[in-house]
Design a protein around this ligand. Structure first.
Ligand code: SF4
Length: 586
């Protein structure tokens, strides 16, 4: 601040991640964006939350404090499951755990309020975004109020939030009070006064008190919330959260390519703050030579929060903008010629699902890919291929890999999907392609809102045949999930048989964790499918979850006891046959 001649800040960003100036870190985007608008911005990363000193270091900002827990929900960062602390925090220097508090957004806001009672506080990031209304919290096994109420912040921005923050910043700079900003899309605000929720179209969600007690009301609140996530026709929602009404404005319009290009062209130094003394931030290693080509996902997997956070409309950067970033990467001294990834939440969703989604927003009550591809879906990989071809032709670039997940049902829906698959295998797979079938049993796939089993089988065969034809020795690495709502032991056995029959040996299996804001979390809490109202089986016992998990890795000696117990309950040791000794997942 002294070097820049600043006697104070306009905005102070407080964040639970290490300070890394890279466009995959939310605080880096926010601070660089506000800086580009002429504001004086300071960042305090991972402050000691036990006292106020760290928060006060850069003084009281003139306009507002912006608070985020980091790139992950702080409970997910800190715990693998309730009561089990993680030993590594990939967003902290050296992967050290314990540098951010549980419920970081709330804790940081409390310290800031103790310091400065009147300074506006705006909360954002994935933790605030997914806890913006009354929500189920796995770690306390309870429904919690909106985080806007619990944090005592003035406003909440949800989603990626650049457009909201730009508008808030500019209006604060003109002297407008944050309390008067009630019309900004993509924000939540609060009021004691029901009359202040002006629009006639506003929909009242079942109140916090009700959704805490009544699971049907919770599922109904979730369904309405989900349906209204539409920038074109989403209505204002409001919910009584105790002494406050929380008002949820509709999402903002998706960012155009030039706006996204401007954001990703900000002068990020792509390194951790020098104060870490060269200590590595593990999450940075994953993304340092990767490029975000787009945001949004129309896949709508039930267990994924992207739908509620980034939305279903694809927002893509231009090829030109991405090439500029590739050139920056290629000029970095550590660059070895390999771009590790070019993608987004789903790598091959480079184009919007259909033209209508850009004008009217995604359909209410209808999905683009589930239970089968929509008749209006414009499945094409031409734009993605054009991008990949352009990048791999750039000087200094040896290889461009695709590591983000691909939706293979989308590949199969593309009439030229075989051509894409061939080019993918030829140029963009680094020995193994990760896919996420997640399950094999129809009843579970239905709850997960994933592609049917036959689609997975067809893709595995096509992938193996393509690689054989190309003379490539490349594997497929499938991700599977245990204990998702709808999955009992019988369904887990079905998946174990699928794994056996396709000769997979997954090294990792994800045990379902109900993170806030997803349809699957709603099913976990309520035992109801929020879209159909049907009852859904949920495995809640520790023993049952362990047996499901063990079945998916049935060949591991350490799982033999659990597998034997599961098979006995299911009707006999013969059910799984003899584990194959030399299975490979080519
Ligand atoms: S018309 Fe089909 S492809 Fe387009 S948004 Fe609706 S569901 Fe998706």
């Amino acid at each position: 601040m002294e070097r820049r001649g600043w006697d104070g800040l306009d905005f102070l960003c407080v964040v639970g991640d290490a300070y890394v100036d890279h466009p995959t870190f939310g605080h880096a985007i926010v601070s660089r964006l506000l800086e580009s608008l002429g504001f004086r911005v300071g960042v305090i990363a991972q402050p000691d939350w036990r006292c106020k000193d760290d928060f006060a270091r850069m003084g009281r900002p003139c306009l507002a404090v912006l608070v985020a827990a980091g790139n992950l929900d702080s409970m997910l960062s800190n715990y693998s499951s309730p009561g089990h602390k993680r030993r590594v925090d990939v967003y902290s220097p050296g992967g050290r755990p314990g540098l951010r508090p549980d419920r970081a957004t709330i804790v940081y806001c409390n310290r800031i309020r103790e310091l400065w009672k009147e300074t506006p506080i705006v909360i954002g990031g994935i933790e605030a975004s997914l806890r913006r209304l009354a929500h189920y919290d796995f770690w306390s096994d309870a429904v919690r109020r909106s985080i806007l109420v619990d944090s005592r912040a003035d406003m909440l921005v949800y989603g990626m939030a650049e457009s909201q923050l730009e508008e808030i910043a500019c209006r604060l700079a003109t002297g407008e009070s944050i309390a008067d900003m009630r019309d900004i899309p993509g924000t939540c605000w609060k009021t004691h006064d029901r009359e202040a929720i002006l629009t006639d179209e506003a929909i009242e969600l079942p109140a916090f008190d009700r959704v805490s007690e009544d699971k049907r009301a919770f599922a109904e609140a979730f369904r309405i919330f989900y349906m209204e996530q539409n920038f074109a026709n989403g209505r204002t929602l409001f919910q009584d959260n105790g002494s406050w009404f929380v008002v949820h404005n509709a999402p903002p319009r998706p960012l155009a390519s030039d706006a996204l290009d401007r954001i990703y062209a900000l002068p990020f130094v792509r390194a951790p703050h020098p104060s870490y003394g060269g200590e590595k931030i593990p999450a940075l290693a994953e993304v340092l030579f990767s490029i975000t080509s787009h945001r949004g996902c129309f896949g709508e997997c039930a267990f994924c929060a992207i739908t509620s956070h980034q939305g279903r409309v694809i927002q893509q950067r231009s090829v030109k903008g991405i090439v500029e970033e590739a050139k920056i990467l290629a000029a970095m001294p550590e660059f070895k010629g390999y771009i590790h990834d070019v993608g987004g939440p789903t790598a091959n969703f480079r184009r919007p699902s259909c033209k209508k989604s850009l004008t009217d927003g995604p359909c209410r009550g209808k999905s683009c890919l589930f239970p089968k591809p929509c008749g209006s879906l414009q499945a094409t990989h031409s734009a993605y291929l054009e991008l990949l071809r352009t990048l791999r032709a750039l000087p200094g670039i040896k290889k461009v890999f695709v590591r983000s997940g691909l939706r293979y049902d989308y590949i199969q829906a593309d009439p030229d999907g075989a051509e894409f698959l061939e080019e993918l295998c030829l140029h963009h797979v680094s020995g193994q392609l990760k896919i996420a079938p997640e399950h094999s049993h129809p009843a579970v796939l239905l709850r997960m809102r994933k592609a049917p089993r036959e689609t997975t089988v067809n893709f595995i065969r096509a992938y193996r045949e393509t690689n054989k034809r190309l003379g490539k020795d490349q594997f497929i690495v499938p991700y599977f999930m245990s204990s998702h709502p709808g999955c009992g032991l019988k369904e887990a056995l079905d998946l174990a048989l699928f794994i056996r029959d396709f000769a997979f040996r997954p090294e990792q299996v994800q045990d379902f964790a109900p993170t806030p804001g997803t349809a699957a979390s709603c099913m976990y809490h309520t035992g109801l499918d929020p879209f159909t109202g049907e009852a859904v089986f949920v495995e809640r016992t520790e023993e049952g979850r362990k047996m499901q998990r063990a079945l998916l890795q049935y060949w591991m000696p350490e799982n033999s006891e659990l597998v034997a117990r599961a098979l006995k309950l299911l009707g006999g040791a013969h059910l799984l046959g003899k584990p194959m000794d030399n299975a490979v997942s080519k």
